[in-house]
Design a protein around this ligand. Structure first.
Ligand SMILES: Nc1ncnc2c1ncn2[C@@H]1O[C@H](COP(=O)(O)OP(=O)(O)OP(=O)(O)O)[C@@H](O)[C@H]1O
Length: 771
């Protein structure tokens, strides 16, 4: 095949003879043209040893954006580099940092990444760059994360000048024991925050506060580090990093690296002929099965392919299915496909990365564990099985395709879900939309409060600290609760306070539940305790490295789920009841019979049982469960409508429940269009007459204590969000509602009642009234 138009040709071959033209799964095709490189000379200040290390790696000259970012950092400015995937962002931060190390043997630096795989990859690249060079013999770059052994931890603290870590460990293993790190803090020159766009929602807010605590400690020890942020896909990169570090930031966004032609295909699987889902809804071929088929096809064509699948379980299933297809069509290729995901041992991951990089593996089904930065170049095609939730993630995944200067193919396969369906039919909403603003709210008191306690135990809070954290009211509350004490010099922790372990940086409320194989006592994995009732309740199916288990017992008190190996041919989905209480209105807009509000709420949930479903989607039975109630104080976007207006719009009172419920589901599925979240981050509730409003009311709330900023975006962008939701429901080809429009995979009421036609009337009415 022609290398520059490789992507389009590969797609053509795959589609050839596959279906009748009018049944083509292809909904849109876009070609992103080639870009040529722009180079700059090596700046004068770059240490000769650093320059020659790069030149020896084959990097004759830097690209212009690399020099620009590096120069800003050297000049002492915090800088946020936002250029495409594989555009050499690493070199942009390595230049100033390595130069500094070569000049000052005592200088130290910190590298922060959201995933282990990326941290290890970057460490390896730095270590190999400086290996054997006398200028860097003191550097000893070192990983410092949860996997680092005790002896190595102490060694790293004393001898390493460049620590590679993650926000979790920075919080728990460095900030909390800062006195032991005194030398390191005192000489801290640079902090790299890689893949900035990843720090969003509650995780982003926690990371912001962890970083601000780190900067406070560094300043306390006399250092003033420069922060360099990097991301291929973040909206408003200066603001995104600035919110993380609470300081001014300059952005570098002109990308001068070259890339080949990239063909992007949007793909919607057809309906399955024999199968019907809940309430007899039509069912599309699952995105995972479609992805497995394409993966096998691409491998047969000799294309090195990465296939992104949303769930860990999905990666296993997709890889297995592709292997089966290859075993029939091209048996010699069957073992050149594998699965890759977080949760594998580090050695296994390394082996898979190497096998993919050197072509021994041709196809890999992966979770987003391979989305971030791991330098796997030389891929011909990327399959994205299910919209990954944000435009930013989509481009991260798409960006993995493309050997330097050569053509590549990206296929997005829509899942049976409103947002996916909408995007493959409205390509402009994906391909021409700028990436989402990262929503973080470091002022959320549920997040900020515990960090203030940590900061106070690290070093008493001064008036200036409290102002910097924007936390005067909260500090008073913590004093009133007896957690902080006011002294002349500032705020001190109450004696015995040990707050670090209480914080879960990843946003889960209250730690992890361990999942154990009861037949062998082997630890299979963990799940956030907040999600345990839904994902590892008795009877739930749990997949681990290709093996399937069924949960027998969930002990919430001891945070333990016991499971046994079993390969059932059904899946489960929970049923639950919910109630919502409005605590206070934060903001509201009135449009006559419609009121849209942003409110503080308390949601009370109870899992009452689960449905067992055959793999075809057919429901087998419903099993009751006895689970404790769960209470979530959070924030919601809410709307109320006058009943008369609904009736005048053609929605009869007996249709209210189905109309509102279906409108709520569709809107939840579409919130990801305006906020960086997916439907698993949010919840919803609709009611004919809510006790707090007395009116037909729909709530969409953040699934995190104190909120995560998603509902607030829904409130701000209400018209765009609801307009797109109405379009998505109207465009769906099904008759009475399906998972692509108004059904929800996480509905606690088994998707009952739902009325698609009436939901559309409600959504259109909202649009008209809001204008
Ligand atoms: N100026 C340059 N000239 C040629 N090749 C370069 C140059 N700078 C970097 N590279 C190469 O480009 C590849 C990608 O670089 P790197 O991994 O730093 O990109 P990145 O922008 O950090 O990627 P990601 O978005 O995946 O994090 C590497 O193999 C690197 O060696």
């Amino acid at each position: 095949m022609e290398r520059s138009t490789y992507g389009t040709e590969l797609l053509g071959r795959t589609l050839a003879g596959e279906t009748e033209p009018d049944e083509s799964p292809l909904t849109h095709l876009a070609v992103i043209p080639t870009r040529t490189a722009e180079f700059a000379p090596w700046p004068e200040w770059v240490h000769p040893a650093v320059r020659s290390a790069f030149v020896e790696r084959g990097i004759a000259r830097p690209w212009t954006h690399q020099v620009r970012a590096a120069e800003l950092a050297v000049a002492g400015r915090h800088v946020s580099i936002c250029t495409g995937t594989a555009s050499g962002k690493s070199l942009a931060y390595q230049l100033p940092i390595l130069t500094r190390f070569a000049q000052d043997p005592n200088a130290t630096a910190l590298y922060l990444s959201p995933t282990k795989a990326l941290g290890t990859d970057q460490l390896r690249s730095v270590a190999s760059l400086v290996a054997g060079l006398p200028e860097f013999s003191h550097l000893q770059p070192c990983m410092y994360d949860g996997d680092t052994e005790q002896e190595l931890r102490q060694w790293a603290r004393l001898h390493s000048r460049w620590i590679f870590t993650n926000p979790d460990m920075l919080h728990l293993g460095i900030n909390s024991t800062h006195a032991k790190w005194r030398q390191f803090f005192a000489r801290l020159t640079y902090i790299v925050v890689d893949e900035c766009h990843h720090y969003r929602g509650v995780f982003g807010s926690h990371t912001a506060l962890v970083l601000q605590r780190t900067l406070r400690l560094a300043r306390m020890y006399g250092a003033d580090p420069v922060v360099i942020g990097a991301s291929a896909t973040v909206a408003n990169p200066a603001q995104a990093l600035s919110r993380l570090i609470a300081d001014d930031v300059v952005a570098v966004t002109e990308d001068a690296s070259p890339h080949g032609e990239r063909t992007v295909a949007l793909w919607e699987p057809g309906f399955l002929e024999q199968t019907r889902g809940e309430h007899d809804a039509p069912v599309r071929r699952p995105a995972g099965a479609e992805a497995a088929r394409l993966l096998a096809d691409f491998v047969i064509e000799g294309a090195r392919t990465l296939c992104f699948v949303r769930s860990r379980r999905g990666t296993e299933v997709t890889a297995r299915k592709a292997q089966q297809l290859l075993a029939e069509a091209a048996p010699e290729l069957a073992d050149r496909v594998a699965a890759y995901r977080a949760g594998y041992l580090a050695d296994d991951r390394r082996r898979l990365e190497r096998a993919l990089a050197d072509g021994e593996l041709l196809g890999v089904a992966t979770t987003n564990a391979l989305e971030l930065g791991v330098d796997i170049s030389g891929l011909d095609a990327v399959i994205v099985a299910g919209y990954p939730g944000t435009v930013a993630s989509f481009w991260q995944q798409a960006g993995r395709a493309g050997r330097r200067g050569e053509g590549s193919l990206v296929v997005l396969i829509a899942r049976d879900d409103p947002l996916d369906t909408y995007l493959v039919h409205h390509p402009e909403a994906l391909l021409e939309r700028s990436v989402e603003a990262t929503v973080t709210d470091p002022h959320n008191p549920y997040v900020l409060g515990p960090h203030l306690l940590c900061a106070a135990t690290e070093a008493p809070l001064t008036e200036r600290d409290v102002t910097a954290f924007g936390a005067h009211d909260l500090v008073e509350e913590l004093v009133a609760d007896g957690l902080l004490r006011r002294r002349k010099a500032g705020w001190y922790p109450a004696p015995g306070l040990d707050p670090h372990g209480e914080i879960d940086i990843r946003g889960g409320a209250g730690g992890q539940v361990l999942i154990v194989d009861s037949t062998t006592a082997r630890l299979l994995g963990t799940v956030d305790s907040g999600r345990a009732k839904r994902s590892v309740h008795p009877g739930a199916v749990y997949l681990h490295q290709g093996e399937s288990f069924v949960v027998d017992e969930l002990d919430l008190h001891d945070s333990l789920a016991l499971a046994h190996p079993e390969e059932p041919d059904w899946t489960t989905s929970v049923r639950e009841t919910s109630d919502i209480e409005i605590v206070r209105t934060l903001d509201a807009r009135n449009f006559g019979p419609l009121t849209v509000a942003f409110v503080e709420v308390v949601v009370t949930d109870q899992v009452t049982g689960y449905l067992r479903k055959a793999l075809s989607g057919e429901i087998l039975d419903s099993v009751p469960l006895d689970m404790p109630e769960e209470v979530l104080p959070t924030r919601a976007v809410m709307y109320t409508l006058e009943p008369e207006t609904l009736i005048a719009a053609g929605v009869a009172p007996d249709k209210f429940p189905g109309a509102l419920h279906a409108a709520e589901h569709a809107a939840i599925g579409m919130l990801g269009l305006v906020a960086t979240c997916d439907r698993w981050d949010i919840g919803g509730l609709s009611t004919n007459a809510h006790s707090g409003t007395g009116l037909p009311t729909v709530f969409v709330y953040d699934g995190y204590p104190g909120g995560a900023g998603f509902a607030e975006r829904g409130f701000e962008a209400f018209a765009a969000w609801i307009g797109a939701t109405a379009d998505a429901v109207a465009a769906c080809a099904c008759r009475a509602g399906c998972p692509s429009c108004v059904q929800s995979p996480k509905c606690g009421n088994g998707n009952e009642p739902l009325d698609k036609e009436m939901a559309l009337k409600v959504l259109r009415l909202l649009g008209r009234l809001h204008d």
